[in-house]
Design a protein around this ligand. Structure first.
Ligand code: CDP
Length: 243
């Protein structure tokens, strides 16, 4: 059972948001020059870099698949990214888990059959963590993947929803994540609304989950627009330069 903390004040969340409001999101294209594609996201207090490398020959050889590319994914929090992480170096169980679920999200959209025998690497580095880093990492990595030119059938996004007391809320920040009654990160492929990641910490009723899902789909329109604008930005800059 989680410790209790007051997370609502006069019908609003402590940071002033309404129940279905997203935090501010900004994405920058290609900050890492030697990656095939990269992106930097600021999502509330989260600051996260994602870089995609490949497709290149899968190594060691025995992990390669002659029918399709394989995806490798590494999610890491920097030792200075939060008080909990302070000074810690290397993977922990949580990082292994988040790397795995992120990889599975991308396996659902990357056209792996186009690159048999190859590997595509996704690296996600959390520079500052403020709740919902797995969702922000997936949203950011999707932009990096698109910028790498590796074909995808859709542009996934992710966000978390949850429950504070009797209120269903969207996009929990760190303190909400820590003290909420439930927290449910979700990744969606918007074209067919396929859910490729759904985890849950806490308990919600069927009705609450339905409400949370509606919030996620509604917020997805905004998140997808921000992703698309970030992907188009370098091309717009180039066309202005030569225009
Ligand atoms: O980041 P996400 O919400 O996907 O994962 P979580 O495991 O539910 O953790 C919630 C938040 O706690 C993270 O976003 C981080 O801000 C923080 N955290 C941390 O700083 N170090 C950890 N080892 C675990 C969590």
């Amino acid at each position: 059972m989680k410790e209790k903390k007051e997370l609502m004040k006069e019908g609003k969340r402590l940071d002033g948001r309404g129940m279905g409001d997203l935090r501010h999101i900004a994405i920058t294209a290609n900050p890492i020059k030697n990656a095939a594609g990269s992106a930097y996201i600021e999502w509330g207090g989260n600051k996260i870099l994602a870089a995609v490398y490949g497709p290149r020959e899968a190594l060691p050889k025995h992990i390669s698949d002659p029918q399709r590319a394989i995806i490798k994914c590494r999610y890491m929090m920097a030792p200075f990214s939060s008080l909990e992480e302070h000074g810690r170096v290397g993977m922990n169980r949580r990082a292994v888990e988040i790397s795995k679920v992120t990889k599975e999200t991308f396996e659902s959209v990357v056209m792996l059959e186009m690159f048999p025998g190859s590997e595509i690497s996704i690296m996600i580095e959390v520079l500052q963590g403020d709740g919902g880093t797995r969702a922000a990492g997936i949203t950011c990595a999707a932009v990096a993947m698109a910028l790498s030119g590796i074909p995808m059938t859709d542009l996934p996004y992710a966000v978390s929803a949850g429950k504070i007391g009797s209120d269903v809320v969207l996009d929990l920040n760190k303190i909400e994540d820590n003290y909420s009654d439930a927290d449910m990160p979700i990744a969606v492929n918007p074209r067919n609304r396929e859910v490729t990641l759904l985890q849950m910490d806490g308990e919600m009723t069927r009705e609450e989950i339905r409400k949370a899902m509606d919030m996620v789909i509604e917020a997805g329109k905004t998140i997808s627009r921000i992703q698309r604008e970030a992907i188009l930005a370098p091309y717009q800059k180039a066309s202005e330069a030569y225009g």
